[in-house]
Design a protein around this ligand. Structure first.
Ligand code: NDP
Length: 460
């Protein structure tokens, strides 16, 4: 059965907000895409609460955008210059919170889309966190540890004056894992001359939370499990395709295995592997070592294990063929716009039951429409991948309390946060006449809390 997508496909009021956004920043397609999706969902809310229209107009403008030069020396002694950013999008319900991305594609459009999504996502977690995002067009791939360290130190030499444990607490994202967080934390501590929980995703020896590395992937699978349960289904015996082989993908795969599913694909930016016999725990550990320690390519998996096919990617992340594999559940965990409408059709024709986004906005609007039109359970990233930032919030709480919770304690909290997010999105969608539409449910539920806070504080 098709899922009701829209009550009023972007009414005139929302259209005028959207047109203003496009006129103001015409060259930011990713940001437009993220805004359009939210505005599409909000028409019924604004009908009920016309007083929130000014809030919508304010929310599409960042509170502050910081852009800076990041000069650093490579191992050969040459000066390299990158560009650094921090988008402080919305602080109505708490300090800005959101990751740092180091990838050559990083620009203001991508970071604004991520920061905008982050506002709704953080609100959905129920924790007091505003939304932000940052990063650099620096490419850590192929760099030595010493080069990455010098870059991170230079990046923090500027960023440190714009963040603070009650102001803005960044975390990791693509290209920013434990190594980069460690180098940045060290530099912040030296510059500020204080030890505070200024970043999350820290190592456990210096204030990091247990389960933070696992949280986005585990949380994604907890969310997908709840979606499946609404159709009396579970992960037991399901075939799953996962894209990416980084932080989110690795721990999503681990949790799928814990719940009795079988993972048959993973990828990186060079291509994807199909292992019909399944990526079991031993093979997954091998991938973790490959990606986290040896920093190798996923193609090496096909050389190592029998019966595996490696397919090289086209230049675009979409259209690389991974979504043609016959599976029950698809978990895109690499990057934005990696499933287009055509690929969504391929998944549907293979009778996929559920698609949940581990990455941010990996499905294009056309793909989401295909899933909705075909009654596929679809979990949007701002709900389904919120486990990472939720656990970052738990790391902030532990840092403030100056204590550490056990693995079990953190995992239990993460699990209950994901169950609550699912329930909130599910019930909100039904309340606004779009049952089963998690996109609308997540956007509306996330919006309402922020809108109430912004209104109470005066629109400043
Ligand atoms: P990682 O850098 O650990 O892994 C990213 C993976 O995606 C790698 O396998 C990478 O390949 C692949 N990838 C990146 N860019 C592209 C591209 N343009 N085309 C094809 N493959 C690509 O990042 P994360 O796992 O942390 O993040 C993955 C996604 O999840 C992102 O969208 C991020 O915003 C989102 N996310 C992450 C959270 C977190 O806690 N880390 C929280 C919520 C969302 P390669 O190895 O070749 O670079």
């Amino acid at each position: 059965m098709a899922v009701q997508t829209l009550v009023n496909p972007m009414d005139d009021t929302m259209k005028s907000v959207y047109e203003d956004v496009m006129t103001r920043d015409p060259n930011q397609p990713e940001f437009h895409q993220a805004v359009e999706e939210v505005l599409d969902s909000l028409s019924p809310v604004i009908k009920e609460h016309p007083e929130y229209l000014p809030v919508v107009k304010a929310m599409v403008e960042a509170e502050r955008i910081i852009q800076f030069r990041v000069p650093w020396y490579d191992d050969a002694g040459n000066l390299q210059v990158n560009r650094g950013f921090r988008i402080q999008m919305n602080s109505a319900i708490g300090p800005y919170k959101g990751g740092l991305r180091f990838h050559p594609s990083v620009n203001q459009s991508i970071l604004k889309f991520l920061a905008f999504e982050q506002v709704f996502k953080n609100s959905l977690t129920g924790l007091p966190m505003g939304g932000g995002k940052g990063g650099s067009d620096f490419n850590p791939k192929g760099k030595t540890d010493a080069e990455v360290m010098r870059f991170c130190q230079s990046f923090m030499m500027e960023l440190w004056r714009h963040i603070g444990h009650n102001l803005d607490v960044p975390a990791g994202d693509i290209g920013v894992g434990g190594r980069e967080i460690g180098y940045m934390f060290g530099m912040y501590k030296k510059l500020a001359n204080e030890f505070t929980g200024i970043l999350t995703g820290k190592g456990p020896s210096y204030g990091g939370s247990l389960i933070r590395p696992e949280a986005t992937g585990y949380g994604l699978v907890y969310f997908a499990k709840e979606m499946l349960a609404t159709k009396d289904k579970s992960f037991e015996g399901t075939l799953c395709s996962i894209s990416g082989s980084g932080n989110v993908a690795q721990f999503a795969a681990e949790k799928v295995l814990d719940l009795g599913g079988k993972v048959v694909t993973m990828s990186d930016s060079s291509g994807w592997i199909h292992d019909p016999s399944g990526i079991d725990r031993e093979k997954l550990n091998w991938i973790m070592d490959l990606k986290n320690n040896r920093r190798g390519r996923i193609s090496e998996y096909a050389e190592k294990f029998d019966g595996v096919v490696f397919t090289k990617s086209e230049p675009e992340p979409a259209s690389n063929g991974i979504w043609g594999v016959d599976v029950d559940v698809a978990l895109p965990c690499a990057t934005q716009n990696e499933i287009n409408g055509q690929e969504a059709e391929m998944l549907v024709s293979n009778n996929v039951i559920a698609v949940a986004e581990g990455a941010n906005m990996p499905c294009t609007p056309e793909a989401v429409e295909v899933f909705h039109n075909n009654g596929i359970l679809f979990g949007p990233g701002k709900a389904s991948n919120a486990g990472g930032v939720a656990t970052s919030g738990l790391e902030m709480s532990q840092n403030s309390l100056r204590l550490s919770w056990t693995r079990e304690e953190v995992d239990e909290r993460l699990h209950s946060i994901m169950v609550n997010i699912h329930q909130n999105a599910f019930e909100t969608a039904a309340k606004y006449g779009m049952p089963g539409n998690y996109v609308a449910g997540a956007n509306i539920a996330g919006f309402l809390k922020v809108a109430e806070a912004m209104t109470a504080q005066g629109l400043i």
